[in-house]
Design a protein around this ligand. Structure first.
Ligand code: APR
Length: 247
């Protein structure tokens, strides 16, 4: 971790890409760990898609309600907090990109979070909204819907097969192309284009540091691998945990 801390202290422009692993220690199950309890029988890939929603809207809606309720009960951990502190100290030279939809970075105090996959606590319409579709007037239910045209409310998250928010992805790619250090924290690196940001940074000559207790599909792109949990490694690497401030 000392090498990573030194790279942080000497870097000009840092990007951090996070995945579900940074929230694991807050109690939010990751995607590729076994789903817990009732949901263990379902694959997220089957539910987090338009087809999955249309096939069983009530069940998928309840899965998102379960995740919203779970996230509401947990708290950001030391990994989220270290990133929020670092942003305050190094805002101009720091970009935080997340695949997570749980909002824990924002609750830890990170102000400018590039959310590639949307926001679990926001809602949208499944089909293009008509004049009669107002989220505030949606009829309650599993799922809520428009009482005029029947349009279904959906979570404002990016489902498999859907495009990422183009402006946010563009900002993330620009940051990856212009950084000299990228920390890749708590992601299996299995889902693109998010995982491609690490390869993009590596291609332009940035140092890539992976923080993950287990192997990931991005390990081959790493200049350094820190086999540790995010909540332990990030305060240390970012110099925000023990009062040391990265230069
Ligand atoms: N600290 C750091 N990493 C951790 C920790 C921890 N405490 N605990 C687990 N991890 C790592 C796991 O080893 C794994 O590599 O976090 C990673 C979680 O991987 P996934 O569950 O695949 O989550 P993620 O990579 O964020 O998934 C990307 O896939 O399902 C879609 O849209 C969804 O955003 C998600 C995307």
């Amino acid at each position: 971790m000392a090498v990573a801390a030194r790279w942080v202290a000497t870097a000009r422009n840092i990007v951090v890409l996070t995945g579900a692993g940074i929230s694991a220690e807050s109690g939010v199950p990751t995607f590729r760990d076994a789903q817990t309890g009732f949901w263990a029988q379902y694959r997220p890939e089957d539910m987090a898609s338009r087809e999955g929603y249309l096939a069983n809207p009530a069940m998928v809606w309840r899965w998102y309600e379960y995740r919203r309720e779970l996230v509401a009960k947990v708290r950001p951990n030391a990994g989220h907090e270290a990133l929020a502190t670092f942003e305050k100290l190094h805002g101009g030279d720091f970009t935080l990109v997340t695949q997570n939809v749980d909002g824990l970075h924002q609750r830890a105090g990170s102000a400018d979070v590039l959310c590639l996959h949307g926001n679990l606590n926001a809602q949208a319409w499944l089909d293009t909204p008509r004049d009669c579709c107002h989220l505030d007037w949606a009829v309650a239910g599993d799922p809520p819907h428009c009482d005029r045209c029947g349009n279904l409310v959906r979570p404002a998250v990016v489902w498999f097969g859907e495009a990422l928010p183009i402006k946010i992805l563009g900002r993330a790619q620009h940051a990856a192309e212009h950084c000299d250090l990228m920390l890749v924290v708590g992601t299996a690196g299995a889902v693109y284009p998010a995982a491609g940001l690490a390869r993009l940074a590596s291609r332009v000559g940035a140092r890539v540091v992976i923080v993950n207790p287990a192997p990931s599909e991005l390990d081959d792109a790493a200049d350094l691998i820190v086999r540790s949990s995010a909540s332990v490694a990030l305060p240390w690497i970012l110099g925000t945990g023990d009062g040391r401030i990265a230069a």
